[in-house]
Ligand binder design. Sequence first.
Ligand SMILES: Cc1cc2nc3c(=O)[nH]c(=O)nc-3n(C[C@H](O)[C@H](O)[C@H](O)COP(=O)(O)OP(=O)(O)OC[C@H]3O[C@@H](n4cnc5c(N)ncnc54)[C@H](O)[C@@H]3O)c2cc1C
Length: 489
Amino acid sequence: MSRINIIGSGISGLSAACFAAKKGHEVHVFEKNATIGGRTRQYTEQGFMFDMGPSWYWMPDIFERFYQNFGHTTSDFYNLVKLDPGFRIYFGAGDLIDVPADPAQLEQVFEQTEPGSAVKLRKFLSDAEFKYREGMLNLAFKPGNSWMEFATPTILKAALKMNLFTPMSRHVRQYFKNPRLITLMEFPVIFLGAMPDRIPALYSMMNHAALTQGTFYPMGGMFGIIDSMHKIAVENGVEFHTSSEVRQICTTGGKARGVDTDRGMYLSDTVIASGDYHHTESKLLVPEHRNYTVQSWDKRVFAPGCLIFYVGINKLLPELQHHNLFFDTDFDRHSREIYERPAWPGAPLFYVCCPSRTDTSVAPEGHENLFVLMPIATGLPDDPDTIAFYYDLLISRIERVAGVTIRDHVVYKKSYCTRDFINDYHAFRGNAYGLANTLMQTAVLKPSMTNKKIPNLFYAGQLTVPGPGLPPGLISGEIAAALAEKQLN
Ligand SMILES: Cc1cc2nc3c(=O)[nH]c(=O)nc-3n(C[C@H](O)[C@H](O)[C@H](O)COP(=O)(O)OP(=O)(O)OC[C@H]3O[C@@H](n4cnc5c(N)ncnc54)[C@H](O)[C@@H]3O)c2cc1C
């Protein structure tokens, strides 16, 4: 039995902890915050329970696979419901598409919007399913330490069909002409942190997740995922140390010897760092032990940051769905303000989650729980006046576009932005979602999971393989634990 120290209790750190403990090791998880979960934390205020980050539960098979590794199934922990409609897109005031869960109904929506598009949708989604099977169920589990991992006849043959060099925007336009359908089909890759013209069409696998598998919700809230992983970790003997910031990864003789925390030094045989990669490298390691220079991070393409409002409303809002995308302004303009000329957006796109439409437990009776998210460029200064300006702007847009009155019914509100991401997670420039999944930041080209100078130090999390999102976080932790295991043997 060896001792493994894990830095960070987000989904990737928890996953690594569960897998390492299952192998019989003594595992300690160190978390700087008072509560576990990282970006997937939850808080309760005035009877409202807010999930602080993720709200879309996609790829239920990846979660189920995780639970089965530990002799469990999803329903041991929460009631997973499929949302129908999966989500709503607003294109203007009262002008919307509800995306049905049922494939036949989805085809009808396509056909009504663009005659002849139902057949094309079927072809598009069949291609997307192929990519999902190869990408998420096979390639995503490779540590990405060398291109040789991908040099098998099956993978090379599949790679030819993966559209690695076609941008998602062109791929979508090869099938659809109607601007609404184009927006609907491009939307899922926005999760990957770059515009569809920068994301390889490999990631149309996200359309398989969004449109074929569907959008799910764990009753009780997304934190149920973290809670379930915590239970599995404790079942397997993992020890948690909250309010325990790691200040240094201690090394001697070219090996990691443990971590120095606010509460003292903890020795170990292996360290897995699952906090933000840039912070781990630049603050917890001396320069000669880093994989990347501080300057090289400036050349990386980061996924956006965001401004979030957690809002409590003292009436019901049947006009809203669980997931509502306000795409009633110019997509290109907002994306240029995120990626090309970083600035606070003039006419932003944004997203509103109203989980209390599905789950009455997340708001007091007769109330609604709103999570309003606007993507922004990383590193923007978030002074109170700017935040107040966008609160007004977004509330007015929700009222006008969805045809509701909410301003006078707000009984609770709290904002969360750049400085909070930096303070809470040591996020580089306050990024929310890690690195963008551009071609040049895919697989081996992502920051490495292995420290090249310290053989018993590994990385997990959204800045390394396979990337941002909850399912990739589960996979990242599993790979990191496997790398650690291999090194220990
Ligand atoms: C607003 C938002 C919305 C999102 N929406 C979705 C969604 O709908 N669906 C989806 O699948 N994904 C979504 N994501 C992405 C997903 O939440 C993340 O990719 C994932 O949670 C990242 O997990 P992680 O383990 O890599 O990092 P984190 O969750 O950030 O965990 C890292 C942990 O390390 C801790 N830490 C850092 N440094 C130290 C240190 N020195 N000592 C001790 N602890 C330290 C941090 O406090 C943190 O708890 C969203 C993310 C955000 C921010």
